[in-house]
Design a protein around this ligand. Sequence first.
Ligand code: SAH
Length: 249
Amino acid sequence: MSKTKTSLFLICLFTLAISVLAWGVLKGELEQNISGSDFQNQRREMVEKQIKKRGIKDRLILDTFLRVPRHRFVPDEIKSLAYSDRALPIGEEQTISQPYIVAFMTKALNLSPQDKILEIGTGSGYQAAILGELCDSVFTIEIIASLGNRAKLLLEELGYDNIIVKIGDGYQGWEEYAPFDAIIVTCAPTQVPTILKDQLKEGGRMIIPVGSSYRQDLVLLRKANHQLVEEKVLPVIFVPMVDTTGKKY
Ligand code: SAH
C-alpha cells in the first residue's frame, strides 16, 4: 500500500514538473512572439509615418526597411526607441542615423541589384544592412574598432554575407575594390575627399554630408563623361569625419 502511495506521489510530482517546464517554455515563446510582433508593428509604423509620408514611395526600399530589424542595431538599453523618428546614440559618442535620413540617402543613390557600394562610417551597421539587401556587395569602413567589430559580428549573425567591414580611415577609400557604382559617406568632412571622387565609376553616384561640425549639406555627386556634377539636396547634421588621431577632415 505504501509502495503504491509512493509511486502515485512520484507520478504526480513528475507530471507537475513537466507541466511547470512546459508552461515556462510556452511563456518564453509567447513573450518572444509578443516582442517580435511588437517590433514588426513599430517597423510598419516607422515606414508609413516617417518614410512613405515624407515622399519615399519606392516599393523595394520600403520593403527593405520593413525587413531589417533596426532594434538589433541599437544598444539594448534603448531598444524601445529603435523605431523612433530620430538618430540614437550607439556608444563612442557616435550615432545611428534617423530612419528617414537612411532612406533618403539610399534613394538618392538610385541603386541597382548588381551595384557594388562603398560606405564610409559603418557605425552600427544599419545603413550597410539596408544596402546589403538592395545591392550585390557592400564594402564598409569604420574608424572606431569597437564599433566596426560589433557591426561585423551582428551583420554576420543576421546572414549578410555580401557586406565586408574594414577597420580603418575611410578618407582613403578602398582602392583594392574600387571603382564603385555608389559611395555613401555617413560622417562629415569639410570637403568631398578627392580620393573618393576618383574611386567612383563612370555613371556612379556619391552621397555625402559636407560642412562644419554643426551643420552640413547632403551633397549628391554624379559622374558622367568623367566629370562630376554636384547638387546640394538636404541640410543635415552628421558626426564629423576624423583621422586616426581624432582630427577633423
Ligand atoms: N552609417 C552608420 C552611422 C554612422 S555615424 C549607421 O548606420 O549606424 C558615423 C560613423 O563614421 C561613426 O561610427 C564614426 O566613427 C565613423 N567615422 C568617422 N570618421 C571616419 C573615417 N575617417 N573613416 C571611417 N569611419 C569614420
